[in-house]
Design a protein around this ligand. Structure first.
Ligand code: F6P
Length: 520
């Protein structure tokens, strides 16, 4: 079986969707609800601890049926099969895409099993204080140095699982802006800090620059021989890690079949593992695996990632919505949106299809958002009364972790009320001023999850991973490469040489002027 490469616009379903869109585009959600008492139940899905209410979308049964037909026609089933069976579906880099294999405990590849064991032993030693720093003191602080997928995933998960955290303080240094590393180092003690350098390639400028700065800082008091008690690395590039001075036994491997933005499930999650303990880390993986099974096996109409992906395509390609907002009503998920921005936009920000043609339809949606209720006092005005159609994903947990029922009731009340207000607007009310008028008819999903456990977090992340994959399949693009980012890496080289007064190739006149202006 081969990975399909079908232009979605040429399918029968697309033409039917276009005709259907022309017929229903002006229908309102208010009418849909008025005409159908069972709409909320009909357009909902339940899976384990997850409940997805997608009734507040501008869709009918026919829309959903045609979207599912589109998925059939682009051979989504074969694409899913190809990914899970290890086919090299990342064809532009000739790689398999196997992050799901990292969490399939019944079929773990040998090297993954060994690495998980190494992570378990290492994190246990650090947590139970048997791992000592160079002066014999236990570790109090763990610092992850990485960027992109080597930072956003573990940082987001560690933050999301704060409730389950132990005594270790965990920090993340990513930006090459020296203020980031200096501010972090300010609070750290060399004798009790452990650095995890995470870089799949071990060639990333930001990470290597930060790692060198940190190593120099450490060597102001420690010696070269002490490095082994304070530096470990996660990488595929064992040679470069050793050149940096890290002992082979302190290297945690990763593999080219795991993309950076899908790597939090690998040893890239070592900082999380230290923060919450191995058993919680394993639960995260188990939860993601449960979602993998659901995604692989459920019929499209019952399949949460598929349904969410198709709804998103409906808005992106037919309503021509430019963006989607994601609003988790949980402060623990405050880093979820930045994490998803990389996962989704680095994956689906592509304009050449899998047949090497420039697409003549929209691909990657712009993802943005932040936590509720804060967001209500920031950008919700635009969601309610602005001129743009922006579908929203509300994410909420039914039960709070802390026993603060009063807060939880207010939080959920706000979350549910906002999606209702977006849907209903002020319809049926006597409004004396146009400024107070809300049209409503603004779509949203509500994802209600029982509680923020490691398993449910794993499943939630996997849900969005699969959603973005489905969209890439339908749009006929390669979701697992990132050539656009590679270009930026090269461009900075000449600019840096010029800034440092070294000989460089001729620069763009505008860049040259900026460099000139920056030297004062
Ligand atoms: O941003 C581009 C990118 O290649 C990401 O895909 C990756 O997560 C990040 O850089 C970091 O790369 P590395 O882990 O190799 O340092």
């Amino acid at each position: 079986m081969s990975f399909p490469s079908i232009n979605p616009v040429n399918t029968q379903a697309w033409a039917m969707l276009q005709a259907h869109f022309d017929a229903v585009k002006d229908q309102s959600l208010q009418t849909y609800f008025a005409e159908d008492d069972s709409r909320a139940a009909r357009f909902s899905l339940e899976w384990n601890d997850f409940y997805l209410d997608y009734s507040k979308n501008r869709v009918t049964s026919k829309t959903m049926h045609l979207l599912q037909q589109l998925a059939e026609e682009v051979r989504l089933k074969d694409a899913i099969e190809a990914q899970f069976s290890g086919e090299h579906i990342n064809q532009t880099e000739d790689r398999a895409v196997r992050h799901t294999a990292l969490r399939d405990f019944e079929n773990l590849p040998k090297e993954v099993k060994q690495t998980l064991k190494k992570m378990r032993v290492f994190s246990k030693n650090v947590i139970d204080k048997s791992w000592k720093g160079y002066t014999g003191k236990p570790i109090t602080d763990v610092v992850n140095i990485g960027i992109g997928g080597s930072d956003l995933g573990p940082d987001m998960v560690t933050e999301a699982l704060s409730y389950y955290k132990n005594h270790l303080r965990v920090h993340y240094i990513s930006n090459v802006d020296g203020d980031h590393v200096q501010e972090t180092l300010k609070s750290l003690n060399r004798e009790t800090t452990l650095f995890i350098i995470v870089s799949k390639t071990f060639t990333t400028q930001e990470t290597l620059t930060n790692a060198s700065t940190v190593r120099n800082w450490f060597l102001q008091q420690g010696t070269i021989l002490d490095i082994e008690s304070h530096f470990v690395a996660v990488s595929t590039n064992l040679k470069e890690v050793q050149n940096f001075g890290i002992a082979p036994e302190n290297i945690f491997p990763m593999w080219d079949w795991v993309g950076g933005r899908f790597s939090l499930w690998s040893a890239v999650g070592l900082s999380t593992c230290c923060a919450v303990g191995y058993s919680n880390f394993e639960k995260l993986l188990q939860g993601a695996h449960q979602m993998d099974l659901h995604f692989k096996n459920a019929a499209f109409q019952d399949n949460m990632p598929v349904v969410m992906a198709l709804l998103s395509i409906w808005y992106n390609n037919f309503y021509q919505s430019e963006s989607e907002a994601i609003v988790p009503y949980s402060q623990y998920l405050s880093k979820f949106v930045p994490y998803l921005q990389q996962a989704i936009m680095e994956s689906n920000g592509k304009q050449v299809d899998r047949n090497q043609n420039t697409v003549n339809y929209q691909t990657g949606t712009i993802i943005w958002g932040s936590t509720g209720t804060n967001a209500q006092h920031a950008f919700f005005q635009l969601l309610h009364q602005g001129t743009k159609l922006i579908p929203v994903d509300f994410i909420a947990f039914a039960k709070a972790l802390h026993k603060q029922d009063h807060h939880q009731d207010i939080l959920l009340a706000n979350c549910f009320a906002q999606s209702e207000a977006l849907l209903n607007g002020t319809i049926g009310e006597q409004i004396d001023s146009p400024f107070r008028h809300f049209s409503g008819n603004r779509p949203s999903n509500t994802l209600l999850i029982k509680q923020l456990t490691p398993q449910n977090l794993g499943a939630l992340i996997a849900l969005y991973e699969h959603k973005l994959f489905v969209q890439g399949v339908v749009w006929n693009i390669y979701s697992y490469d990132q050539w656009g980012v590679e270009l930026g890496k090269k461009l900075a080289k000449g600019t840096l040489d010029s800034l440092q007064d070294k000989e460089s190739n001729k620069l763009h006149p505008a860049t040259e002027r900026l460099i000139h202006k920056s030297k004062y």
